[in-house]
Design a binder for this molecule. Structure first.
Ligand code: ADP
Ligand code: ASP
Ligand code: MG
Length: 407
């Protein structure tokens, strides 16, 4: 008998028929002798609809606390429906919101991080032989305010619960049957991976592969939770995200991914002296804005340009902050370009192979795609390019590294 956490995403619970199918799969898992904790997302499109309502109601400036109260409601619908349908089929089940099962988070609305989960409470319910259905994506801060974990955060709810209760493994069921060498909805030559290391998945998720929420992979690695990505619509084996092994190290490049949700910010002609970068970036970090890919040009006549990327959703706020700071530090001006995307290659073998970057640059150049920024980590190379070339770049890189073929 295993203790299993199963997470079902929005497309898997998009309507009553699908919820019914998921209920049957949960029952099957129980009948195979397992104990199951289920984590659900809202019905497909529902969270986006709620976000739209909040923005329409407030001219795009909803109060953060009330925003989370609103956008967390989609999951309340799916968990209650699932519990009802399971009970209808003769299986005892009970739904819980994040606040009821005590998923305690910090107080950062819409980007909250889980601090603690009351595993005792979950265990008590399991001991009563019930199937537990938990609302993903949400928690509660120490003062009782509802929080949400960021888009895609239900994956993180599931892994955090799996870690807290010591589950044998966690399965996330979605609309694709595993992790592929690239987004299979962008390139039909994408190949399904049997296994991928936590570190590679972490880099892929961080670079835009939304198949798993980045924080869920971080937690899976930290607590050593085996994490499976599987289809909610078939019984295929899926992909195991797990600890690195020797086979994995042979792959120079395991995947290519893209992120369309970034914007490029340039602060032009900044006086090149100590303390200026801190002055520019501190107010951004104070507002929880995630800055990535920072480049500073060589100094000319005591001036330099600073360029970096930020999440597109933060453009208006960043513009306001930086316009003020630019004046204060006597920079010439701030330019923001939302019309970019980031394409990235990820692979453990990059640690020991040279030539990956040059091959990447040559492949992009071959299609006339200009590289605006470059950044590297031990197992990742990212390039910022013009947004309209995103899909072309993904396909070209996938071909250049022959990712459709298993090595
Ligand atoms: P869910 O609602 O089930 O959480 P998501 O839409 O968040 O599902 O994630 C699944 C999607 O992730 C797929 O439909 C696919 O388009 C996208 N995706 C991006 N990169 C990859 C990849 N490397 N492998 C598989 N899917 C990917
Ligand atoms: N429903 C939320 C979303 O659409 C949370 C999730 O699916 O993980 O992102
Ligand atoms: Mg998701």
């Amino acid at each position: 008998m295993a203790l299993v956490v199963q997470k079902y995403g929005g497309t898997s619970v998009a309507n009553l028929e699908r919820i019914n199918n998921v209920a049957d799969r949960i029952i099957r898992t129980c009948l195979e002798g397992n104990q199951v904790v289920v984590v659900l997302s809202a019905m497909a499109g529902e969270t986006d609809r709620l976000i739209g309502l909040a923005n329409d109601a407030t001219g795009g400036k909803p109060n953060p606390r009330e925003y989370d109260v609103l956008i967390s409601t989609g999951e309340q619908v799916t968990v209650s429906l699932m519990a009802m349908m399971l009970m209808d089929k003769g299986f005892p089940a009970k739904s819980f919101l994040g606040s009821q099962i005590r998923i305690v988070t910090d107080k950062n609305h819409s980007t909250a991080r889980i601090r603690k989960i009351d595993a005792g409470l979950i265990q008590q319910e399991l001991d009563k032989k019930r199937i537990i259905i938990v609302a993903g994506f949400q928690g509660v801060d120490r003062k009782g305010n509802i929080t949400t974990l960021g888009i895609g955060g239900s994956d993180t709810s599931a892994v955090a619960i799996a870690a807290a209760i010591g589950a044998d493994y966690c399965e996330t069921f979605t609309d694709v049957d595993g992790v592929y060498t690239t987004d299979p909805n962008v390139y039909d030559k994408a190949r399904k991976l049997k296994k991928i290391s936590y570190d590679e998945m972490l880099e892929l998720a961080g670079a835009g592969a939304k198949v798993l929420h980045q924080r869920s992979v971080e937690l899976a690695k930290l607590y050593n939770v085996p994490l499976y990505v599987r289809s909610a619509f078939n019984d295929d084996e899926g992909t195991l995200v797990t600890r690195e092994d020797q086979d994995m190290e042979k792959e120079v490049v395991s995947g290519v991914t893209y992120d369309r949700n970034q914007a490029k910010v340039s602060v032009i002609r900044v006086p090149d002296k100590p303390g200026i970068a801190a002055k520019l970036f501190t107010p951004l970090s104070d507002c929880n804005i995630i800055v990535d890919m920072i480049i500073q040009n060589a100094s000319v006549d005591g001036y330099t340009d600073l360029t970096f990327t930020i999440p597109k959703k933060d453009v208006a706020q960043v513009e306001k902050i930086l316009d003020a700071v630019a004046k204060e530090v006597n920079a010439d001006r701030v330019h923001i370009d939302p019309n970019i995307s980031k394409v990235s290659l990820v692979g453990l073998g990059m640690r020991s192979h040279s030539g990956v970057a040059s091959k990447m640059f040559a492949a992009l150049a071959g299609e006339g795609i200009n590289i605006q920024m470059i950044s590297t980590s031990e197992i990742k190379i990212s390039c910022v390019i013009e947004a309209k070339y995103t899909e072309l770049a993904v396909r070209v890189l996938h071909d250049a590294f022959a990712l459709e073929m298993a090595s």
